[in-house]
Ligand binder design. Structure first.
Ligand code: TPP
Ligand code: MG
Length: 400
């Protein structure tokens, strides 16, 4: 691949939760295997990295900045709703926002997204309405999925995004299968398949990578390595030097990128998407990042990781780093940021107000969308259900 990278290193020690990167002992200017180093545009890292030339325009960087701020505001509001018992569950991507946001901009309209657990924001970047997104978390009649999915498991046909996968792994072969179908049908659509570091221990990872390599599918497989699989550190998932390097065994070109650098993620993923579209096959991308919050609203991360580790990663915050980069170019400032955040927060609050009072999905709708014509036994069940008195009001309890 055409990634131009030179080695850089600062004197600070590497971040502990990240798999040990290859020390760039080689002279500057020498290009390393991109699956072993760490490609970064913004740089400013306390560990060795290779400088990547950005393909992001200032205008695109500002659009990404706004989306990063939006998902952070939205996640914070959703967690409050869950803590107040107004929704049952929410899975935030706090600390990992750069990956979904940059990927949302790297794909074209016809491409499909097969998310894992932390990429739901891609659908917002691609134009899915905020109110419908929030209605899915409430699971009420404003939800396009009619309340049938777990809260925070949205999908949107109109923005080509399937549901996030709480089951770890199956979305990877699904993405590759869909890519193969696109190739057989001679379409130019590219499939993005996401996974966490934990998912790379699943047989589905092996199946998907094998198939992608053999059939040269137009797929980009992206691992968000956030250092943890709930309470299991990445070092207990694999003894491999990096996750990206595994791609070589499958014949899939692989890249390891600074996942907290939206500019780097966009540059790498956009090139991989366009490569796939040109018929040059799949790419495997490891994005090195960190989950600042809990695994989900059902998790207490203080039981398995130290505050010190969290604080170290907060210094690599993807929102702060892009803010600083833009501010240095005179493209934003603290006041501008505060104004955007206030505007986005008002939008989120207004959307919650609009959506929360909506009624639960109608009981009758339970029987829709499976059969073109309802079989007799389901007709009987529906009639029996509809003859019952209305159900007590919806309550938000539930976990995951
Ligand atoms: C097949 C399967 N095994 C176990 C689980 C329980 N589980 C839910 S999330 C998770 C951790 C996933 O870690 P990772 O893939 O690194 O993603 P992350 O949560 O860090 O984004 C596990 C083990 C599951 N949902 N499905
Ligand atoms: Mg993980």
């Amino acid at each position: 691949m055409a990634f131009v990278a030179v080695n850089e290193v600062s004197s600070a020690p590497p971040l502990a939760a990240s798999p040990a990167p290859v020390s760039p002992a080689a002279a500057p200017e020498q290009t390393l295997d991109p699956s072993l180093g760490l490609l970064s545009v913004i740089g400013d890292l306390d560990q060795p990295f290779q400088r990547l030339e950005s393909t992001v325009t200032d205008e695109l960087a500002l659009r990404m900045y706004r989306e990063l701020l939006r998902i952070r505001v939205l996640d914070a509001r959703m967690i409050v709703l869950q803590r107040q018992g107004r929704v049952g569950f929410y899975g935030a991507c706090t600390g990992q926002e750069a990956v979904p946001i940059a990927c949302g901009f790297a794909v074209a309209e016809g491409d499909w997204v097969f998310p894992a657990l932390r990429e739901q924001a891609i659908m917002l970047v691609r134009g899915f309405p905020l109110t419908k997104f929030i209605a899915q978390v409430f699971g009420n009649s404003g939800d396009v999925l009619k309340g049938r999915q777990m809260p925070s498991h949205p999908s949107g046909k109109q923005v080509h995004q399937v549901s996030w996968s709480s089951v770890i792994g199956p979305q990877i072969p699904q993405a590759v299968g869909a890519a193969w179908a696109a190739k057989l049908r001679k379409k130019s659509d590219v499939m993005l398949g996401f996974m966490g570091d934990g998912a790379t221990s699943e047989p589905d990872f092996h199946a998907a990578m094998t198939f992608a390599g053999v059939h040269k599918t137009p797929s980009v497989l992206i691992c968000q390595n956030n250092g943890w699989s709930i309470s299991v550190p990445t070092a207990r998932q694999t003894a491999s030097q990096t996750i990206a390097v595994k791609g070589h065994a499958y014949g899939v070109p692989s890249v390891r990128v600074d996942g907290n650098d939206a500019l780097a993620v966009y540059t790498v993923v956009h090139e991989a998407v366009e490569r796939a579209r040109r018929g040059e096959g799949p790419t495997f991308v490891e994005c090195v990042t960190y989950r600042i919050g809990a695994h989900s609203t059902s998790d207490d991360p203080t039981r398995y990781r130290t505050n010190e580790e969290v604080e170290r990663w907060k210094r690599r915050d993807p929102v702060e780093r892009l803010h600083k980069w833009l501010a240095q170019k005179g493209l934003t400032g603290d006041e501008q940021r505060a104004a955007i955040e206030a505007e986005l927060d008002a939008e989120v609050v207004a959307a919650i107000k609009e959506v929360e009072p909506l009624a639960a999905p109608s009981r009758e709708s339970l029987f829709d969308d499976v059969y073109a014509e309802l079989p007799w036994h389901l007709r009987e069940q529906r009639d029996e259900l509809m003859a019952l008195p209305p159900a007590p009001s919806h309550d938000a309890k539930g976990g995951h």
